[in-house]
Ligand binder design. Structure first.
Ligand SMILES: Nc1nc2c(ncn2[C@@H]2O[C@H](COP(=O)(O)OP(=O)(O)OP(=O)(O)O)[C@@H](O)[C@H]2O)c(=O)[nH]1
Ligand SMILES: [Mg+2]
Length: 327
């Protein structure tokens, strides 16, 4: 594959080239990894900046419907929109958002949109890297908005928040007046909470739920990266396409403020540092997964179990065998 040519076609905004490039970064073949690294190296610092929006919500809350109507609204305003998914579980048949392309029928046929399902890997670390690199490719291809969707399962929200400029939590109206068991840690990541399905019979419940979350958000510790009034909760109806412009206005206001105050670039810098450390940790852990390391670990494990060696000495011995002297 001619990486120089591929990179030029991506810079020209060709969606087919972008799709090919994402396939390349998703490959775990060593030669593909090398080409992917070369490609990303070429494309880094081309000075294009998309707004990266992370979107999380439990199954059925309306993520796909929201992406369809919100994404279409943005393309209607002349913006180019890319949609990626981070779904380590791959619980959904056919691998995440591709399966419900029917729900994104309009957007998937839109020449100003690009939709890519989650890479089918079970390991979150692998999914995270590929998604992050895919975001970078979409940005280089000149997309104005990159939406990164995830189902709220365990760690995936953190992964998405760490590659987004804005993190949006989509919720459904609660039945009673109780908050929907949203974990505090997830609430603390949210920049905007959107209570979806604020239409028809659900409208009153959505309004109540929104007020409850607005109250809960006010109780959280104030974050330096937020202007007055943020994080905030709002109601929307993805189905009836109601409140979407208001939500977009708020997102832009928040991004605008953060850019001015230096938090936008600051956050990206922090994220780059975070991913570097993650990569390093993963690379180190991978060293323990080789057959030789595993055999040595088993052997030393026995020695420790039988009292022949102490855990600390055995660990040090293994590390030095791997060329990773400690202290
Ligand atoms: N009334 C109402 N229903 C909605 C709205 N948005 C989505 N729905 C419905 O909720 C159901 C689930 O919507 P999806 O968009 O598939 O939800 P999702 O979050 O993508 O679900 P998963 O892909 O399974 O995680 C569908 O029947 C939608 O029609 C809305 O704004 N109002
Ligand atoms: Mg969906």
């Amino acid at each position: 594959m001619d990486i120089e040519q591929l990179s030029e076609r991506i810079l020209a905004g060709e969606r087919r080239a972008l799709a090919r490039a994402i396939t390349l970064i998703e490959s775990s073949r060593a030669d593909h990894r090398a080409q992917a690294a070369e490609l990303l190296e070429r494309l880094k610092g081309v000075g294009r900046h998309a707004i990266r929006i992370g979107l999380s919500g439990t199954p059925g809350v309306g993520k796909s419907t929201f992406i369809e109507s919100f994404g279409s609204m943005l393309t209607g305003q002349g913006l180019r929109v890319a949609v990626l998914a981070v779904d380590p579980s791959s619980a959904r048949s056919g691998g995440s958002i591709l399966g419900d392309k029917t729900r994104m029928d309009r957007l998937s046929r839109d020449p100003n949109a690009f939709i890519r399902p989650s890479p089918s890997q079970s390991h979150l670390g692998g999914v995270a890297r590929r998604s992050r690199e895919a975001v970078a490719l979409c940005e280089a291809a000149g997309f104005d908005v990159v939406l990164i969707e995830t189902v709220g399962v365990g760690q995936s929200e953190t992964v998405v928040a760490e590659m987004s400029d804005l993190f949006i939590l989509l919720l459904a109206p609660a039945g009673g007046d109780e908050l929907q068991g949203v974990k505090r840690g997830i609430m603390e990541m949210a920049d905007i909470i959107l209570v979806n399905k604020a239409d028809g019979d659900l409208k009153a419940a959505a309004t109540r739920t929104c007020a409850d979350y607005a109250g809960a958000l006010r109780l959280l510790r104030k974050r330096p990266q937020d202007p007055e009034g943020f994080p905030k909760a709002m109601t929307v109806s993805a189905l009836e396409e109601d409140g979407l412009q208001r939500a977009w206005d708020e997102m832009q206001a928040l991004v605008g403020w953060r850019r001015e105050a230096g938090f936008f670039d600051g956050r990206r810098a922090d994220q780059a540092r975070y991913w570097f450390e993650q990569e390093l940790r993963q690379a180190l852990l991978a060293k323990l997964e080789t057959p030789e390391a595993k055999a040595e670990m088993a052997r030393l494990g026995e020695a420790v179990a039988s009292g022949e060696a102490t855990p600390a000495v055995a660990a040090r011995q293994l590390l030095s065998g791997l060329g990773l002297e400690d202290g």
